[in-house]
Ligand binder design. Structure first.
Ligand SMILES: [Zn+2]
Length: 77
């Protein structure tokens, strides 16, 4: 005799860039293109104490963001 337990799983189907709306498909829960994902909890000394901010950017929007920096991001190989 076998007894089964129903398991609910959640896996990413697609990621939508918060900046441009581009849809990035995912296969087996893995996005097929580079995605910059942020999940940040603001702390006590910020104006947003206790807020948690999450968003995703496609690679093109990430590149645009980096281009807007006056001091370039540190990039290591
Ligand atoms: Zn984008």
């Amino acid at each position: 005799m076998r007894q089964y337990q129903l398991k609910e799983t959640k896996e990413i189907k697609k990621i939508i860039c918060n900046k441009c709306g581009k849809e990035i498909p995912a296969v087996d829960g893995e996005p097929r293109e580079g995605v910059f994902s942020v999940d940040y909890q603001w702390g006590y000394f910020s104006e947003k104490d206790g807020e948690r901010h999450s968003f995703d950017l496609c690679e093109a929007c990430y590149d645009e963001l980096l281009k807007s920096f006056c001091i370039p991001a540190e990039i290591k190989e």
